[in-house]
Design a binder for this molecule. Structure first.
Ligand code: NAP
Length: 227
């Protein structure tokens, strides 16, 4: 087991990140990122090849300390995220800051800290982006802007690090059945019908496809829509 490659999945306490941890765990040692220590412990109990990596990604000092122990990293999946929605007229500074702090700055900070470890392993960075990172619809501006920024980050990182053997994939899922989506639908005042949404497992399968690609193939962007 200790010979397996190492993956760090942020946002692994629930939702898409937890599903990603499940599909990676048979072939990787998985560090489970998140703040909810109880949920991380439950996930780790389900997955013997995993262990909690509890850290608030908005706390730069704590992230630096937690990342310092990682010398070589094969896969880094950024799934931690928040969705603060609102029209440009309505959404205040706090909404914009919340989206950018977690969806952009925390991701950039963690990637920069782990870049030497990713280069050492010729590793793979996967960014769980969104359909909102390709199209900005009315009422989604603050979240969409953070996801457009996340795509720009991934594109620049890919161009800069390909020569070092590091691959970078952006995954753009449509609406997916998670707690985040329940909050969005509640905010829209609609009834929640999970059958209309992607399953977290389906997004996780796209992540596995990206990181399992043969060395000659670099899957740069994957777009998933509920069918
Ligand atoms: P979710 O169920 O709300 O889970 C969010 C995860 O992010 C949780 O594990 C949470 O962990 C973690 N997180 C949030 N803030 C954090 C912080 N400051 N530090 C550490 N961890 C933090 O959301 P999800 O639906 O799985 O979303 C995962 C990703 O997919 C996000 O980037 C989201 O934008 C994207 N996405 C979602 C959908 C959708 O419809 N659900 C569609 C497209 C894209 P703790 O609470 O334990 O900290």
């Amino acid at each position: 087991m200790t010979d397996l490659p190492l993956a760090l999945v942020t946002g692994a306490s629930r939702g898409i990140g937890a599903a990603v941890a499940h599909v990676l765990e048979p072939s990787y040692r998985v560090l489970l990122g998140g703040r909810d220590a109880d949920a991380l412990r439950e996930r780790a109990d389900e997955l013997p090849g995993s262990e909690p990596w509890p850290v608030d990604l908005a706390d730069a000092g704590a992230v630096r300390e937690a990342a310092a122990h990682i010398d070589s990293l094969d896969v880094l999946v950024h799934s931690a995220g928040v969705a603060e929605l609102g029209t440009i007229a309505e959404a205040d500074d706090a909404a914009w800051q919340a989206n950018f702090e977690v969806n952009v700055l925390a991701m950039v900070r963690l990637t920069r800290l782990l870049l030497p470890a990713l280069r050492a392993a010729r590793g793979h960075v996967v960014v769980i982006n969104s359909g909102a990172g390709l199209n900005a619809r009315p009422g989604w501006g603050p979240y969409a802007a953070s996801k457009f920024a996340a795509k720009a980050f991934a594109d620049a990182l890919r161009a800069e690090e390909e020569g070092n053997g590091v691959r970078v994939t952006s995954i753009h899922p449509g609406r997916t059945d998670t707690e985040m989506q329940r909050g969005i639908v509640a905010g829209e005042g609609k009834e929640y019908d999970p059958s209309r949404f992607l399953r977290p497992d389906s997004v996780a399968t796209a992540v596995l496809t990206a990181v399992s690609a043969t060395p000659d193939a670099h899957l740069t962007d994957l777009v998933l829509r509920p069918s």
